[in-house]
Design a protein around this ligand. Structure first.
Ligand SMILES: [Zn+2]
Length: 156
C-alpha cells in the first residue's frame, strides 16, 4: 500500500509542472479518486485528518523537501520541521508564502481554526496554530498522507 502510493505520487510529481507556472491544478472529483489512495483522498480532498502518530512523517527527521501528495508542489522544507509532540508532522513555516493558502474556518464559538491548503491544487493539508516555537510562533500541523518527502539525497 505504501509503496503503491509513493509510486503514484512520484509519477504525478514528474508530470505536474503546473505548480511552477503558478497555474492551478484542476481535476474532477473522479480523477482525484482515481489518482489518490483512499487515505490520501480522504485527507486531501475531503478535509480529513489522519490519526495522530500513524503517519509516516510524524517523527521523520530525514532531510529534504516535502511536496504536496496530490499535485507535487513544493510545500515545506525539512529544516523547518520540529517535534511538536502531537503525532503529526509539524513545521514552523511553509517553503514560501505562496506555497499554501490559509482558510479561516468558522468555529463553534466564533474563532475557528485556520485550515492550510496547497495553493496549487487547493487540497487540504492540515491546520496552522499560533502555538509554535520561535521565530515564527506558527505550528503548521500537517497530515503525513498529504505530503511526500523528496529526499535531499536525490531518491525519495
Ligand atoms: Zn497540491
Amino acid at each position: 500500500m505504501a509503496a503503491e502510493s509513493t509510486d503514484k505520487v512520484a509519477k504525478m510529481a514528474r508530470t505536474s509542472s503546473d505548480s511552477r507556472t503558478g497555474e492551478r491544478v484542476t481535476r474532477t472529483d473522479a480523477q482525484w479518486r482515481a489518482d489518490l489512495t483512499r487515505e490520501q483522498y480522504e485527507v486531501l480532498r475531503r478535509g480529513g485528518t489522519e490519526r495522530a502518530g500513524t503517519g509516516q512523517y510524524a517523527y521523520s527527521k530525514n532531510p529534504g523537501t516535502y511536496r504536496c501528495a496530490a499535485c507535487g508542489a513544493e510545500l515545506f522544507d525539512s529544516g523547518t520541521k520540529y517535534d511538536s509532540g502531537t503525532g503529526w508532522p509539524s513545521f514552523t513555516q511553509p517553503l514560501s508564502e505562496d506555497a499554501v493558502e490559509h482558510v479561516k474556518e468558522r468555529g463553534f464559538l466564533g474563532a475557528g481554526q485556520t485550515e492550510v491548503r496547497c495553493r496549487s491544487c487547493a487540497s487540504h493539508l492540515g491546520h496552522v496554530f499560533p502555538d509554535g516555537p520561535r521565530p515564527t510562533g506558527h505550528r503548521y500541523c500537517m497530515n503525513s498522507v498529504a505530503l511526500t518527502l523528496e529526499s535531499a539525497h536525490g531518491s525519495a
